[in-house]
Design a protein around this ligand. Structure first.
Ligand code: NAI
Length: 334
């Protein structure tokens, strides 16, 4: 099947081309993002009249106007090379007869391990120590951390990634609290209310999807319930956090540490080299000024294992569609 890819980078081409040796699809890669202006690229000259698949990533916009343009070009399948699907208007897709598939699990460990990388770096300030030692500055002032052993960690969302993260924290000897409106139990996790988790946790890590209910889950009110000096980690989706409320809490030193792999306005910022540009987002730039904030640019998923699995599962989803098989990874409106 012909597949038009948006927002690809060299590593996407490499891993998808390698996996495609077993599938034999015709892959067309574009580094531009999908939006109303670029949707018409889906059917290029090499594609002919056959039905098409389009493959997108987390910051491609598949809202109703975009989906209408895709459907008008006989795009019949939207293959997300991601687990999250908050960037797709599923009602519009259904109305237009466009099937949507995703990669529900590729390596929960990749995100869980990156979560711990943020926690450990923030705590022991390895990013700052690295720079000091490079300049022959061996002073320890300002580098003091704390033991994770014995601390209470709150995990919001006990799905695949939340459970994998909880397991690592248990290995450090932490008490793990969990909140999830659907999952009522997880091994060695004390499940309870969000209020209890916010009140009792020294470290809070977000692992729930972005939905209308979870949008700005972390806001001035919920921050107000947290312990003074709490460490907050978000490797899930940026808009779970009201960023300005978090900036205010960092200034008051209510939030003691902030680790982000995602940002609510990351679209157009992350996944690009912006080093010779003037970044216009003042909230983001304010975040970068805090010594106790560590931000990575949506790289938690980025391990060899995860990217291999994403390519394999995405191409299998496309083959299943082409062969009229059941689409086990289809996403439909709730
Ligand atoms: P999952 O579907 O296995 O688990 C999500 C859990 O969140 C479910 O148990 C669900 O019941 C729970 N949940 C739903 N609403 C909630 C609420 N209001 N409060 C608390 N929990 C709630 O998903 P998985 O694979 O664990 O992924 C979680 C999220 O991680 C994804 O939705 C995605 O946004 C993010 N992600 C980030 C990546 C990155 O590179 N930074 C890569 C992959 C996923």
């Amino acid at each position: 099947m012909h597949v038009t890819f948006y927002s690809t980078r060299r590593y996407d081409e490499r891993f998808f081309n390698a996996a495609n040796e077993h599938f034999g699809h015709q892959l067309h890669f574009y580094d531009i993002a999908l939006n109303t202006h670029t949707a018409n690229f889906a059917r290029n000259q090499t594609v002919g009249d056959a039905p098409l698949a389009v493959c997108i990533f987390v910051n491609d916009h598949a809202d109703a106007p975009v989906l209408e343009r895709l459907a008008a070009q006989r795009v019949e399948l939207l293959a997300l090379r991601s687990a999250g699907f908050n960037h797709v208007d599923l009602d519009a897709a259904q109305r237009l007869g466009l099937r949507v598939v995703r990669v529900p699990a590729y390596s929960p460990h990749s995100i869980a391990e990156h979560t711990l990388a943020l926690v450990l770096a923030l705590n022991r300030k390895t990013h700052r120590a690295y720079n000091r030692v490079k300049e022959n500055n061996f002073s320890l002032d300002g580098l003091m951390g704390f033991d994770l052993y014995g601390l209470t960690v709150g995990i919001v969302g006990l799905g695949k990634i939340g459970v994998a993260t909880a397991r690592i924290f248990q290995g450090f000897g932490c008490r793990v609290l969990g909140y999830d409106p659907v999952q009522t139990e997880a091994d060695h996790v004390e499940m309870g209310s969000l209020d209890t988790l916010l009140r009792e946790s020294d470290i809070i890590s977000l692992h729930c999807p972005l939905t209308p209910e979870t949008h700005h889950l972390i806001n001035a009110d919920t921050i107000g319930q947290m312990k003074h000096g709490v460490m907050l980690i978000n490797t899930s989706r940026g808009a779970l956090i009201h960023t300005q409320a978090v900036v205010d809490a960092l200034k008051r030193e209510h939030i003691g540490y902030l680790g982000l792999d995602v940002y609510e306005e990351e679209d157009g910022l992350f996944f690009e080299d912006q080093s010779d540009k003037v970044v216009q987002d003042d909230v983001f730039m304010r975040l970068l000024t805090f010594p106790n904030v560590l931000i990575t640019g949506h790289q938690a998923f980025f391990t060899r294992n995860a990217v291999e699995a994403i390519a394999q599962i995405t191409l299998q989803n496309i083959s299943d569609f082409e062969q009229g098989q059941e689409l086990k990874n289809q996403v439909t409106p709730q």
